[in-house]
Ligand binder design. Sequence first.
Ligand code: LLP
Length: 426
Amino acid sequence: AATMGGVRLEDLLDLGTEPGEGTERPRTPAYVYDVDAIVQAARDLSAGFEGAPHLVAYAIKANTAGPIVRALGAAGCGAEVVSGGELAVALGAGIPADSILFSGVAKTAREIDQAIGAGDRGIFALQMESVEEIGRAAARARALGRKARVAFRVNPSIEADTHAHVATGHDEAKFGIALADLTAAYEAVDAAEGALELVGIGCHIGSQLTRTDEYLAGARVVLDLAAERRAAGRPLAYLDLGGGYGIDYGAGCPVSPADFARAATRLVAERGFSGTRIVVEPGRALVAPYGVLCASVVMAKRSRGEPARRWLMIDAGMNDLIRPALYGAKHRIEPIDAPPPAAGTAPGYRVVGPVCESSDDFGEHPFADPLPRAVVLRDAGAYGFVMASEYNGRGLPTEIFLAGGRVATIHPSRDAAAWAASRLFG
Ligand code: LLP
């Protein structure tokens, strides 16, 4: 049977969708996370820096749940945030302001103020993604009477071999300051006369990278710029090499997050920057493998036409996990109460949800008879719940957090009546 953090998933949940089957257990669809494994992943990544000064700024967009952000903060991680909401979660979860980076191409003046005003001297750095934004940050710093630390997120013009929706470092992307605009960016910081301090330069070329070469190409661009600054007598406090470490969704991933860290640390040392702090911004790799989405099976459907088709209808839909619909992502799906069938021994079922969209489809997966009462969608700890919606009048899924081999926290789903009440306002 499927387990998570040493706990049998079928023992955790109220499986089944028939009246009278209800127990006091939380309902499906339910995300279940192994918080200890998440903390261990952060420690394993940190070890990859082999003692070099570094900050793992967890990209909390991947999973903003309080129990996870708190645990990573307690393990020494900082945070990379992209909104005032995420900044509030990071601070509320105990991450010190001076370990928080704020990225985003369209930060509002309110968000900039929140970042500059946080803690005793503002956050670690506001990542500037355009020349235009530098002037805006300077104006807010002056208005608040504080000197704001800024960093440049540069666009290194690197095509990452990943899904087009998650590649961010190429020329057409809206992200980052183009290399051609850097001179203007330096001038804008100088013109800010004491309101801004440039502390770092970084890049992030994309997500779900399964090789280190493109990542290192991005790092080389950052190192070239850092060398120029050093030669100009204005060295940077840190180099931000971004996140994007891939995970194994079933098709394999030959490199671990620590492999990225080791390769980057060596490159940084070779270029004579071993004393400079390395910042990385991983999201997915710290959380994806350590979360699953559990769904009850509603029924199977067969169509006897040619070719015959089989569907397995589950109570989780694209509103709960949108990655397959949005990116064509494939998540492994297994029975909750039995081992997955050996290859070629069981017929394939198209696993689909209840949402009224053809793209509410989790792909084909084998299931033996008798069909399972519930299934587990693997590697759903990142970009799962955080991208969920209430489309089709569906409440958000349950979340269960395991630590120390037991349930530490449950965040229950909203039932249909509560969802309806939320829409009948007034
Ligand atoms: N830093 C920046 C500036 C980013 O834009 C991102 C992700 C990260 C760090 C973290 O990347 P990670 O280590 O998680 O790959 N929703 C998509 C992924 C979107 C990634 C957006 N930016 C998915 O489900 O695959």
